[in-house]
Design a protein around this ligand. Structure first.
Ligand SMILES: C[S@@+](CC[C@H](N)C(=O)[O-])C[C@H]1O[C@@H](n2cnc3c(N)ncnc32)[C@H](O)[C@@H]1O
Length: 163
């Protein structure tokens, strides 16, 4: 991808690019042994990737189930903090899909340390643009999914998911 195209793709409403359905299904199968997550923690009514959703992750408590989270990229720290808080309240697990970042980011360090399973992808994912956005194409950055459980485990599992 040329630099100008890359900048345009990155800047176009970074908050609302959607997770490819095959990625959601692959993660649910790999991590939970079923085809879908119970809930989507960051969505609008038209882009939820699970049967349940919350209008506002910061004010609605999630008390059970296995949730998926692809946070708005400008608020990753806030969403990760809230995810840890919700795990202590009954939510069984949350799988957080984020762009690979440097060790300087607090949320990155925390996820690396506390995840039960870390799933990497051999290719950059092709996120789905919001309506009116640029065409779908591979992201210019790599992604990783961190699976957090309410009960921490002693050792961390590392998986790779080819899609
Ligand atoms: C990166 S998109 C993910 C969309 C979709 N859930 C997916 O994974 O394909 C982030 C979504 O979070 C939503 N969002 C923003 N603030 C939110 C909040 N406080 N609570 C729940 N969802 C929120 C946005 O409307 C946007 O649709």
């Amino acid at each position: 991808m040329k630099n100008a195209e890359k900048a345009a793709a990155l800047s176009y409403d970074r908050q609302a690019w959607c997770t490819p359905p095959e990625v959601v299904k692959g993660l649910a199968q790999t991590l939970l042994g079923k085809d879908s997550f119970d809930g989507d923690a960051a969505s609008s009514p038209d882009n939820a990737v699970a049967a349940q959703r919350v209008d506002n992750f910061f004010t609605e408590d999630i008390v059970s189930g296995h949730w998926f989270l692809n946070p708005p990229y400008d608020e990753i720290q806030e969403f990760v903090d809230r995810a840890f808080q919700q795990l202590g309240k009954g939510m069984h697990s949350i799988t957080i899909l984020v762009p690979v970042r440097s060790k300087e980011e607090h949320w990155w360090k925390e996820l690396q340390e506390k995840a039960h399973t870390v799933v990497s992808f051999p290719h950059h994912l092709s996120f789905i643009p919001p309506a009116g956005g640029p065409p779908r194409r591979q992201a210019p950055f790599p992604s990783v999914a961190f699976h957090l459980r309410s009960r921490p485990s002693r050792s961390q599992i590392r998986r790779s998911l080819a899609l």
